[in-house]
Design a binder for this molecule. Structure first.
Ligand code: SAJ
Length: 412
């Protein structure tokens, strides 16, 4: 049977590739002609360890090809972005566009799976868009198990940087709009999945994805709030957390410069906007995490001011990515802090990001340089990301310098 994956990004492309690796015919669909061309040449347009080989092999074996518009298939997997609007509701533009593109090629017997992280109710919304475009077909909300086209919501849970492993090994929540849809979706994932498929309905599956990321956000907020409290009370937060975590039922996460990435900093808002009165803790956690970059910036400013001569002070920002050992800058608090420093600091700002090889610094008016040069030139070091090379920095190298350590690399 043939599967079509719509949206060939961080999730869609690896998913298409692992279906093809199992010998399935896979057609990937993306609106970006450059991505389509790159994939058809057996190459990839995103950074993810282990993906390149699998894509290359699948294209060579003629199991995977990419196209710009959908063609008929047995199953469709939608993995397009869901950004959020100014009012924190989910922006379903891309899902709607995918639905409108795929509706003309839908046929009786098809399964449509939504993987994009979405507000609760989106799979039902997707069904109504498809049903409006195809009045000749029946759908689960009216025809249940007997519907011509079945729909399910199946969130991905993979960790960027470890996608090729987690895609196969992680358990998956599979939520159909009918019991038959859940079963069909589970059968499809079993083609490559070693983890279990846990069957439920679509709304619960949608909420499960949002819940997992909100759980992490709330826990990181707890650590970030502790870092502010400890600063005020003159306690080393890293030591404090280490000690508290010796309790058999306590497991506090690590404070940082804030929460970045396109998932954890976004998904909790989908819960808050659909239940604003009830989601008080989840909203507050978002606010605590969103405030952290501001707090770090103020620390840097105070540190520079204390030295007395801002115009002659060089600041080095270490790390721009949203977390360790990746190149992803989306929603990165480190990038936001570095940009603000570069824009407002009267002296020189240097930035170091070992995972980005480019001549142009993503921070305007700051020089992208290497670690040794930054340590040699700067009087103030701002540690923003716990990249592997930064872990080797010693206190001796910081002799005579000031530093603001958001990740506990020196202070921890
Ligand atoms: N962070 C901290 N302190 C910590 C842990 C993380 O400050 O102790 C920060 C990171 O530096 C980063 C942010 O949180 O800025 C998020 O990083 P992350 O590693 O927690 O998560 P992501 O965004 O890379 O991936 C998450 C994962 N979700 C969970 O762990 C519940 C992943 O499994 C999801 O598939 C992914 O979101 C997604 O796509 O939704």
């Amino acid at each position: 049977s043939k599967v079509s994956v719509i949206g060939l990004g961080y999730i869609g492309l690896p998913t298409a590739a692992v279906f093809a690796r199992q010998g399935m015919q896979v057609v990937g669909v993306d609106v970006n002609p450059k991505a389509v061309d790159t994939i058809n040449q057996g190459r990839i347009h995103i950074v993810e360890p282990g993906l390149q080989n699998v894509v290359q092999r699948a294209v060579q074996d003629k199991l995977l090809r990419a196209v710009l518009t959908p063609e008929p298939a047995d199953a469709f997997v939608i993995a397009v972005p869901t950004p959020f609007n100014d009012d924190y509701t989910g922006d379903l533009t891309y899902i709607r566009a995918a639905a409108e593109a795929l509706a003309p090629v839908l046929a009786a017997g098809n399964l449509v799976i939504l993987e994009s992280t979405s507000p609760v109710g989106t799979t039902e919304q997707l069904e109504s868009w498809l049903a409006a475009a195809r009045p000749d077909l029946t759908f689960p909300s009216s025809a249940g198990d007997q519907a011509d086209v079945q729909l399910a919501y199946c969130p991905e849970r993979v960790l960027p940087g470890n996608v090729m492993h987690e895609l196969i090994q992680n358990d998956r929540v599979v939520g159909g709009l009918s019991p038959r849809a859940s079963q069909m979706a589970a059968d499809l994932y079993k083609v490559f999945l070693k983890g279990d498929c846990l069957l439920t309905n679509a709304r619960t599956a949608e909420m499960a994805k949002l819940t997992e990321n909100s759980f992490r956000d709330v826990n990181i907020a707890f650590a970030n709030e502790l870092s502010l409290i400890c600063d005020k009370l003159n306690i080393n937060v890293w030591e404090l957390i280490r000690l508290a975590n010796h309790h058999p039922r306590v497991n506090i996460l690590q404070p940082g410069p804030g929460v970045g990435g396109h998932c954890i900093a976004v998904d909790p808002w989908f819960i808050v906007s659909s239940a604003p009165e009830q989601a008080r803790l989840i909203r507050t956690a978002r606010q605590v995490n969103d405030y952290k970059p501001e707090w770090v910036y103020e620390r840097v400013q105070a540190t520079v001011a204390a030295l007395g001569n801002p115009a002659d002070t060089t600041i080095a920002c270490l790390g721009l990515a949203f977390k360790a050992n990746i190149d992803d800058l989306r929603e990165s608090p480190a990038l936001a802090i570095a940009r603000r420093i570069a824009a407002e600091h009267a002296g020189t700002t240097l930035v170091v990001e070992p995972n980005i090889e480019q001549d142009l610094s993503p921070v305007a008016s700051a020089d992208l340089t290497d670690l040794d040069e930054a340590l040699a030139r700067a009087q103030v070091i701002v540690l923003l990301v716990d990249h592997e090379p930064f872990k080797a920095i010693t206190r001796a190298q910081l002799e005579g310098k000031q530093w603001v350590d958001t990740r506990g690399l020196i202070d921890g």
